[in-house]
Design a protein around this ligand. Structure first.
Ligand code: HEC
Length: 300
């Protein structure tokens, strides 16, 4: 039959089980932290888009006097007296051009403004974006939708029709002629205040386990685990195992007739330590043995 495992081995096993459980819950918390970090980052990007759109909307349009081949679209032209022309870009157009630049540069975040009823083909939604629009339309109280998609994190926030949007997204009869001329009178009209017109969609590279690993496996954390192990090991060895060993030796000595073997311990009156209690019981046993031995000696 196999021998029973020592307390020392059991204590080590318990230590490692505890360690794995703690690390496991730490990982679970890290997952939540990752969600929060990515969500905050995506939110900050969406906030920037909102600010940019409201700046352009507040100024009516942004007017540029040069059209580059990449950004040659405009919604209005203003011919100044000195033969220069200015081209007006409305919020949606200016945002699309901003996103084209942002998505080409080395920024982490990509963003687009899209809809389930696009006026502009280049703004067409992908499957995550379609699902997000459907979710916002189904439940108007939904503030945002997020999803992990392979190595990417996706975030979407609704764009709701307000009074000011109706000029170009309400009745086509009210729309500026330039909008009708460029996009026709079919696309993205007949909205009402409160309707979900579309979304701001943000895509971020996700944070993988391997990227998080250096953060976890740093000298302070690893040192902490080693220290925890040493403290555990020291405690079990010195305060439990060493004393049990000494008690075993003392008891053996008493059993072999050395009744004067001193038992060094703190009496239960002054100690809650369980080993002290075992010591005390052995001491009681030793005293009754002494008594018996003395009685027998007297009788002789
Ligand atoms: C001055 C006219 C005008 C106003 C006002 C306006 N839009 Fe637009 N909107 C457009 C045009 C033009 C486009 C297409 C832009 C492009 O080519 O990318 C567009 C596109 C969009 C898109 C992108 C999807 C698509 O159809 O291609 C969304 C979303 C959108 N608008 C929401 C709004 C919201 C919300 C408001 C009010 C806060 C608003 N718009 C006000 C003219 C306008």
């Amino acid at each position: 039959m196999a021998k029973k495992t020592s307390l020392r081995t059991k204590a080590i096993v318990v230590f490692f089980i505890t360690l794995f459980l703690i690390l496991g819950s730490l990982f679970a918390s890290l997952g939540k932290l990752r969600d929060q970090v990515l969500q905050n980052e995506a939110q900050a990007v969406a906030d920037q888009v909102v600010s940019f759109r409201s700046w352009v909307a507040g100024s009516g349009m942004v007017w540029v006097n040069k059209l580059t081949p990449q950004f040659d679209e405009y919604l209005a032209v203003h011919n100044a007296s000195n033969d220069t022309s200015f081209y007006g870009k409305n919020p949606a157009l200016a945002t699309r051009e901003l996103s084209t630049i942002a998505n080409k540069t080395a920024t982490r975040a990509e963003f687009t403004v899209t809809s389930d009823n696009v006026r502009q083909k280049a703004n067409a939604p992908d499957s995550f974006e379609k699902a997000a629009i459907a979710a916002f339309s189904a439940d108007k109280s939904t503030k945002y939708v997020t999803e992990y998609e392979g190595d990417f994190y996706r975030y979407a926030r609704p764009l709701i029709i307000k009074e000011g949007c109706l000029k170009c997204h309400g009745d086509p009869k009210d729309a500026p002629p330039a909008v009708i001329k460029k996009y026709g009178d079919q696309k993205a009209f007949h909205y009402k205040v409160g309707d979900v017109r579309g979304i701001i969609s943000v895509t971020l590279p996700s944070i993988g386990f391997m990227e998080a690993l250096p953060t976890l496996a740093n000298p302070i954390s690893l040192g902490g685990i080693v220290l925890a192990f040493l403290i555990n090991f020291f405690f079990t060895s010195k305060f439990i195992l060493a004393r049990l060993h000494k008690l075993t030796e003392d008891t053996k000595a008493i059993v072999s007739g050395k009744l004067d073997t001193p038992l060094v311990y703190t009496p239960p009156k002054e100690s809650n330590d369980e080993v002290d209690h075992v010591y005390h019981s052995v001491d009681l046993l030793k005293r009754s043995m002494e008594l018996v031995v003395r009685k027998i000696a007297r009788k002789k």
